[in-house]
Design a protein around this ligand. Structure first.
Ligand code: PEP
Ligand code: MG
Length: 314
């Protein structure tokens, strides 16, 4: 979309023929939430709670956590806010939670895995999230990062639902993507974290700049796993969002919608470009773009193919 169209786009997210696609924000803390609400977003698709605690040495108690979360939720009262439980470890160390001294932290005890050895950590966070939801009137959905098995998802969902909230898991591990249909038997929604899904699918560290050609969400293997996950969501009639960087790429976003993704969560600065692009193409064109991307043999080919389909369909 041209620059003027991008500036003028004001939501809500939809294809040219009116199929709604929720465009939502990634937020990190009260400040980023307050600025995100200024943009034409329809809620929050990823609240990275661990980013509130990067400079804390001790775990805030339930009331203090609840107060912080409430500040993040309040601007979005009445809207859906997807709160992610602590994704501590690897690229996001949190002093009071992260395991130290692991040889391979990206494959270690991180994300939901921290709660296996320390169940109180998750229980306290879920209590705080529940209090913040009550306090603010935001419609809170809760999801776990770094889930690998259906049993983990079921256990997490049980704990979240005990507190009366909707439960989901992130799809960041190829094992979870392959079993998306089984995950959906035990949770209410899925959210694909393309940053980690790409890292783990390609066995390439997301922080390694030398490996940028591999840590590219346009890689065919990554697109296949996204398509499997989105298809499972359509079959189950449950929401499947994307909350990694891929959602902020206007071209890829159209292909993701064509695969069946129902929401795109991104840095708020990206939402107008994605919304404006999506508004120029029909749902069928998005499906053709998805097929073209999935048929390509490398990232450059997938990009070129999607661009061609979208330009022809405008
Ligand atoms: C992801 O992995 O794509 C994601 C959204 O989570 P994070 O970037 O916080 O790891
Ligand atoms: Mg991640």
């Amino acid at each position: 979309a041209r620059r003027a169209e991008v500036a003028a786009w004001s939501g809500p997210g939809a294809t040219a023929d009116g199929v709604p696609v929720k465009l939502v924000a990634n937020v990190a803390d009260p400040e980023s939430s307050a600025s995100a609400v200024q943009e034409p977003v329809e809620g929050v698709g990823l609240f990275r709670t661990e980013l509130c605690f990067l400079n804390r040495t001790d775990e805030p108690d339930v009331d203090e956590q609840a107060a912080i979360y409430a500040e993040v939720l309040r601007p979005f009262a009445g809207q859906v806010v997807v709160v992610r439980t602590l994704d501590a470890g690897s690229d996001k160390p949190v002093a009071f939670a992260t395991h130290v001294g692991e040889d391979n932290p990206a494959l270690g005890v991180r994300g939901l895995r921290l709660s296996f050895g320390n169940p109180g950590l998750l229980a306290r966070q879920l209590d705080a999230i529940r209090l913040a939801a009550d306090d603010t009137g935001a419609e809170v959905w809760v999801m776990a990062p770094m889930v690998a098995t259906v049993a983990e998802a079921a256990d997490f969902a049980g704990q979240v639902r005990e507190r009366g909230l909707k439960a989901g898991v992130m799809i960041e591990v190829p094992a979870a993507a392959l079993l998306a249909h089984r995950m959906l038997e035990v949770v209410d929604f899925l959210s694909i974290g393309t940053n980690d899904l790409t890292q783990y699918t390609m066995a390439a560290d997301r922080m390694a700049t030398d490996l940028a050609h591999l840590t590219d969400s346009w890689q065919p293997a990554v697109l296949q796993l996204i398509a499997i996950t989105a298809h499972a969501g359509q079959q189950a009639g449950k929401p499947v969002g994307v909350c990694g960087e891929a959602a902020a790429d206007p071209l890829l976003a159209c292909a993701l919608v064509g695969m069946g993704v129902t929401s795109l969560s991104m840095a708020p600065a990206a939402v107008r470009a994605v919304g404006a692009r999506l508004a120029t193409v029909g749902a069928e064109t998005c499906e053709e773009a998805a097929e073209a991307a999935l048929a390509a043999s490398d990232p450059a080919g997938a990009r070129a193919a999607v661009l061609q389909v979208l330009d022809a369909g405008e």
